[in-house]
Design a protein around this ligand. Sequence first.
Ligand code: SF4
Length: 64
Amino acid sequence: MKVTVIEDKCCGFATCISVAPEVFDIDSDQIAVSLIDGDLPERLHACAREAAEACPTDAIVIEE
Ligand code: SF4
């Protein structure tokens, strides 16, 4: 699984970081970024999916 944040859609409310702090962070422009390039470890899949569902602007794209 890979996760990507669509910068133009991100409003920086940081819900994703609350849900999945090992997967997302906020950069200096107040945009969420994925902390993990490439495949996410299996143990982070559930929280990454939860973050994508919780994102108010659908800015998180998950590739299975
Ligand atoms: S929850 Fe969505 S809109 Fe909010 S910071 Fe994360 S990616 Fe951006």
